[in-house]
Design a protein around this ligand. Structure first.
Ligand SMILES: [Zn+2]
Ligand SMILES: [Zn+2]
Length: 126
């Protein structure tokens, strides 16, 4: 197997293992597994993986985007604003295929909800 492919597979593996990860999480874990991958290589591979549709990049209102395995069905996310825990939100009708009045076709939609998770609420004494 080519070196590039090995590196790409390693990065993909890390993303699948972590379930939800930021760029920093991915860098930390990939570097832990293989010392000789540079941050630039990781970055470049993430772009390729995203272009190939193997990973999904979910923008958040915080600085970091979240990466996850694109084989998972599209789903919404909940992010706790206090501990930054990310949870999947499951809904039944995840197929959003419709034409709006402008004629644009929406293939999918991923929403990110923000709030406070139950653990943080407990700490607050609510
Ligand atoms: Zn929390
Ligand atoms: Zn998710």
């Amino acid at each position: 197997m080519q070196r590039n492919t090995l590196q790409r597979n390693l990065i993909l593996e890390v993303i699948k293992d972590l379930k939800h990860s930021t760029l920093q999480d991915i860098i930390d874990h990939v570097k832990f597994k293989s010392n000789n991958i540079s941050v630039a290589t990781i970055y470049r591979n993430l772009e390729v993986l995203e272009d190939e549709g193997l990973i999904r990049k979910i923008p958040t209102k915080f600085k970091a985007s979240i990466y996850e395995d694109a084989k998972l069905k599209n789903h919404d996310h909940f992010i706790c604003e206090e501990c930054f825990k990310i949870k999947d939100l499951v809904k039944d009708n995840d197929k959003i295929n419709y034409l709006n009045q402008d004629g644009d076709l929406y293939l999918s939609e991923i929403k990110v909800y923000y709030g406070v998770c139950k653990d943080c609420l407990k700490h607050r004494g609510c």
